[in-house]
Design a protein around this ligand. Structure first.
Ligand code: ADP
Ligand code: MG
Length: 244
């Protein structure tokens, strides 16, 4: 059902991350195929953001291997991973407040790409804003944006780096139901254009609608990985959520 027969775009094996004596990730295996949509869920503190930080290069795990498009990327800085197409958005949007909305998208266009567009970065940034429904706000300050518009800008900045794999860490927290739908539709469109997406999210309605496969972390261990409906019937997953 899922396109798992293809070579994975990302394969993480046996990832272990400790903070002092505390094991935040315990031998986690994870793969995602090109163009696949995977939901990553788990109670607060289960290690989801730590895992994203290990994949994206903000943290280095003590153990384990990370392969992106078949090449080992352990130890590479985040910007080099981004240039290869492994891009994450942040749980808390961090736009440059002194730049306009369009300039915020131009920054990664100029600096994150292996071959930055010398000319036309504004045109490309405007096209990205168009695709995420923010073109009308191009010349405004990020301070003027609503919560859902800030989330879209955060995704727009990630898109400017031309990702092949996008990791969206809680891109919907605090949004209304219809705003959640807007972000899901945006992610679906990006996926349709060929981007594999890892969606980290607490809003189960969004996760179930979006994901072809769901992976569950509890206390740093992967306890389930598979078809969304089967995973949600899994006894340990029920316990993890009921116990919260
Ligand atoms: P999640 O994103 O699933 O809510 P996190 O990955 O943020 O969970 O955190 C997993 C665990 O690791 C938590 O117990 C958290 O307190 C701990 N942790 C995360 N980052 C650090 C850090 N830099 N130093 C120490 N402990 C950390
Ligand atoms: Mg988190």
């Amino acid at each position: 059902m899922t396109p798992i027969l293809q070579a994975p775009i990302l394969e993480a094996q046996n990832i272990t991350k400790r903070f002092g004596g505390f094991t935040a990730l315990d031998a986690v295996d994870f793969t995602i195929a090109p163009g696949e949509r995977v939901g990553l869920i788990g109670p607060n503190g289960s290690g989801k953001s730590t895992f994203v930080n290990c994949l994206s290069g903000a943290l280095n795990p003590e153990r384990g291997t990370i392969l992106f498009e078949g090449a080992r990327i352990n130890g590479l800085p985040a910007w080099q991973r981004a240039r290869r197409g492994l891009v994450r958005s942040f749980q808390i949007p961090r736009p440059f407040k002194k730049l306009s909305v369009v300039e915020n998208v131009q920054v990664p266009l100029r600096f994150a790409l292996a071959t930055p567009p010398v000319e036309g970065s504004e045109r490309r940034a405007l096209a990205i804003l168009e695709s995420i429904g923010l073109a009308a706000k191009a010349d405004r300050s990020p301070r003027d944006l609503s919560q859902v518009e800030l989330r879209k800008l955060e995704l727009g900045r990630a898109l400017a780096a031309s990702p092949r794999l996008l990791i969206a860490d809680e891109a919907m927290a605090g949004l209304s139901d219809s705003e959640v739908d807007e972000i899901v539709e945006l992610l679906e469109r990006l996926n349709h254009d060929g981007i594999a997406i890892i969606l980290i999210e607490h809003i189960m309605r969004a996760v179930m609608r979006f994901s072809q496969r769901i992976v569950v972390l509890v206390a740093g261990r992967k306890i389930a990985d598979g078809d969304p409906h089967e995973v949600m019937r899994h006894a340990e997953v029920e316990r993890a959520y009921l116990g919260q």
